[in-house]
Design a protein around this ligand. Sequence first.
Ligand code: SME
Length: 156
Amino acid sequence: MYESLLKHIAKYLNQSQDPQTALEWVCAEIQQKLPSYDWVGFYFHKIEKKELHLKAFAGKPTDHIVIPFGKGICGQVALSNQKFVVDDVSEQDNYIACSIDVKSEIVVPLFMEGKNVGQIDIDSNTTRAFDKNDEVFLAEVNQRVATYLLRSKMNF
Ligand code: SME
């Protein structure tokens, strides 16, 4: 599944002209194809404000459009440059709840030319929804998106 989905995403990005549409398409595609991916979003760094800004998502609208660096799982990843897998969100102290339905979460940083510039964030309504395969898959998605954004000369 992950392999064919990656190929499909790569093919789409190859012919896509508009970065905003492309990011929204990638979110929707992943959310629709993978049953445990209930919410999918891309946050990008607003470095001068030390904030993450939500640029595209699929799933229920969230109030958390802007997240300060250090706050929640997303904010921690902005500072650590490391992926963060949460099997059970109820066990996290530094966590921002988007919905009471969410049980587990994975956040994988997105690097452009070696710099952490954003992240993909997935919420699941199932506990322990994410494993190593998801980490690898999402890092691959981010790599393709980063290459695409560099090619599109998009500056977030
Ligand atoms: N749960 C995240 C906040 C973003 S929402 O999941 C959309 C966090 O703790 O950073």
